[in-house]
Design a protein around this ligand. Structure first.
Ligand SMILES: *[C@@H]1O[C@H](CO)[C@@H](O)[C@H](O)[C@H]1NC(C)=O
Ligand SMILES: *[C@@H]1O[C@H](CO)[C@@H](O)[C@H](O)[C@H]1NC(C)=O
Ligand SMILES: *[C@@H]1O[C@H](CO)[C@@H](O)[C@H](O)[C@H]1NC(C)=O
Ligand SMILES: *[C@@H]1O[C@H](CO)[C@@H](O)[C@H](O)[C@H]1NC(C)=O
Ligand SMILES: *[C@@H]1O[C@H](CO)[C@@H](O)[C@H](O)[C@H]1NC(C)=O
Length: 522
């Protein structure tokens, strides 16, 4: 017994330093992280997902490097009717905050959904059930919650000017709020606020997105006065072709070490988290640990390595349960009358009559994983109605799709459309795109496979290729290359989008037999 224990202790302390991890720690779009140590000794990570529903994904990790998705803080975007009629592009959950509060054994999520109203969601467990507990003004733009040693709740928020609010003891109302500082001379704006208390001192972490700068502010009092130091001044990113990582959160490990989790703007894929250690100086400010002056591509593991199943990110989902895995989000709130799960599997009824994918409800989305992700959907198309279009999209503000088009009784064909481009967010600009190629399929064909492969890293070619298969084995490319865009009108990166909409009348449906998410290494 004693020798087993000694070996365990010895190998653990060696293991921490022997293993190294590689940035990004998750090769997928999980921006605006807020990370903290939960009551169960597990680390939690809350992220933005804008207009995708459910919103505000929650991830879990034992070592800050390997993460798995466990749910969402916002089960439905109950922020107004715009979220139910495809008019909330780029609104929703962004730069929000999440914490566990011991005194009431409650999990809190706080975020400003739309630039004017702040919402509070609470839950008894990280996995839920989460519900909306309050909404109020002002908008807590890019907010960070601090639960003080005496259980008082403070929130730092703002752009240009940063304020600190004190909340009521239940956390559901604002008691007082006060501007504490504005952006410093090195900067042209400020955002991404997080608030901490370390050894009796209050800290606000935030960043100047246009200047490549991360700031740390400290004060003896939550309401200031604050003094600042620069934590990161244009330190090169570990992700090729991306700018300096500046926004994120700080976390102390159970072993007393500190880390900064930021993210790189790795479009077309989206914003991917990158981790680096920090150390604290005699002056009470932290320093970023760089490698040859840059954010390291790798560092020693912060904690003993705790791998998680690879199906966390890639693998096949056959929709066998009666709920969706947390990897799925709808493009805004779904029409819940127009899909069924476990009946058996997933059935998508057409939910909207439109010619515009952006205006169609009930597009189901999945994040691509890796620099060269692919997705394959298997559809049963036997019950499509005249005028319906169903398929697989590369979904962002510039989109493309491959789909079955039924434009006459039993007149099925496959089409690829490119250039469905939204001119502005916050509303759907009708955009049918351009059909670039059409293929025939046999009238008797009931099952069809669509594949989308993307070269999605900032340093990649940005080419997306669509293909189809009539047997699930042999895939035929259609429509040539579509060039993915790197802008971020939506902030979220490209998603796989499984869609089914009607252009003439509702009534048809498709069965989504399975979806496979993969990462190509060749
Ligand atoms: C969506 O709903 C909002 C709120 O009711 C309304 O103002 C807007 O015009 C609607 N948009 C569309 C495209 O129907
Ligand atoms: C920021 O604060 C300054 C000084 O108090 C004020 O003049 C300015 O209007 C504020 N800006 C915003 C956007 O509130
Ligand atoms: C906080 O104080 C403890 C005890 O003095 C010390 O060991 C630790 O390094 C301090 N932490 C920071 C971040 O300064
Ligand atoms: C799509 O847009 C690109 C860029 O504007 C253009 O070069 C290309 O020809 C367009 N494709 C189609 C099919 O219209
Ligand atoms: C989209 O297609 C529909 C039906 O063919 C047509 O009426 C509409 O004008 C098109 N919209 C655009 C923006 O091209």
């Amino acid at each position: 017994m004693l020798s087993t224990l000694l070996v365990a202790v010895f190998s653990t302390s060696l293991g921490v330093h022997a293993q190294t991890f590689t940035n990004p720690v998750i090769y997928a779009d999980f921006a605006d992280n807020d990370i903290f140590l939960g009551p169960d000794g597990v680390y939690y990570y809350s992220a933005s997902s804008m207009h995708y529903s459910p919103g505000a994904p929650i991830l879990q990790s034992w070592d800050l490097v390997n993460w798995q998705l466990i749910g969402h803080s916002v089960p439905s975007l109950d922020f107004g009717d715009d979220y139910n009629n495809q008019s909330a592009y780029n609104l929703g959950t962004w730069a929000s905050t999440m914490r566990y509060r011991e005194s009431s054994d409650t999990w809190y999520w706080i975020g400003c959904a739309n630039f004017w109203t702040t919402y509070v969601y609470t839950a008894p467990e990280a996995t839920g059930p989460w519900s909306q507990s309050a909404n109020f003004q002002p908008c807590f733009y890019d907010c960070g919650l601090l639960i003080d040693d005496d259980d008082t709740l403070y929130v730092a928020y703002g752009s240009e000017n940063v304020s600190v609010a004190q909340l009521s003891s239940d956390g559901l109302e604002v008691v007082t709020t006060q501007q504490v500082f504005t952006y410093p001379p090195e900067c042209t704006s400020i955002e991404g606020n997080r608030m901490y208390k370390v050894n009796g001192t209050y800290y606000i972490l935030d960043d100047c997105p246009n200047d490549g700068i991360t700031l740390v502010w400290k004060s003896a009092d939550p309401f200031g006065p604050y003094e600042y130091k620069i934590l990161n001044d244009n330190v090169a990113s570990p992700v090729p072709n991306t700018g300096p990582p500046v926004q994120g959160s700080l976390v102390e490990t159970s072993e007393g070490d500190w880390y900064f989790m930021s993210f790189s703007w790795n479009y077309p894929l989206g914003r991917v988290p990158v981790l680096a250690p920090i150390t604290w100086g005699e002056d009470g400010f932290p320093t970023l640990m760089t490698v040859d002056g840059a954010w390291g591509e790798s560092y020693p593991y912060p904690l003993p390595e705790h791998p998680l199943p690879s199906w966390s990110w890639t693998g096949t989902d056959s929709f066998t349960g009666d709920t969706f895995s947390p990897h799925w989000q709808w493009n805004q709130n779904p029409d819940t009358e127009r899909f069924t799960l476990n009946n058996p599997g997933l059935t998508l009824h057409t939910a909207t009559v439109t010619t515009d994918l952006y205006a169609a409800r009930n597009t189901l989305t999945h994040r691509p994983y890796g620099a060269r992700p692919y997705g394959i959907v298997e559809l049963n198309i036997a019950h499509m109605a005249d005028g319906d279009i169903a398929g697989l999209a590369a979904l962002k503000d510039s989109s493309a799709w491959i789909g079955v088009v039924l434009d006459g009784p039993d007149n099925y064909h496959i089409a690829v459309a490119h250039n469905l481009t939204m001119e502005s967010a916050y509303g759907s600009t009708l955009s049918n795109g351009t059909i670039v190629e059409i293929a025939d399929i046999p009238e008797s064909q009931e099952t069809i496979w669509f594949k989308l492969s993307m070269d999605a890293a900032a340093a990649g070619s940005h080419e997306a290729i669509f293909s189809y298969s009539l047997d699930g084995e042999e895939f035929v490319d259609l429509g040539g290359f579509y060039t993915l865009t790197t802008d971020y009108l939506f902030f979220v990166g490209y998603r796989f989008g499984i869609f089914n909409f009607a252009t003439s009348a509702l009534g048809g449906f498709v069965d989504v037999v399975s979806f496979t998410s993969g990462e190509s290494t060749t």
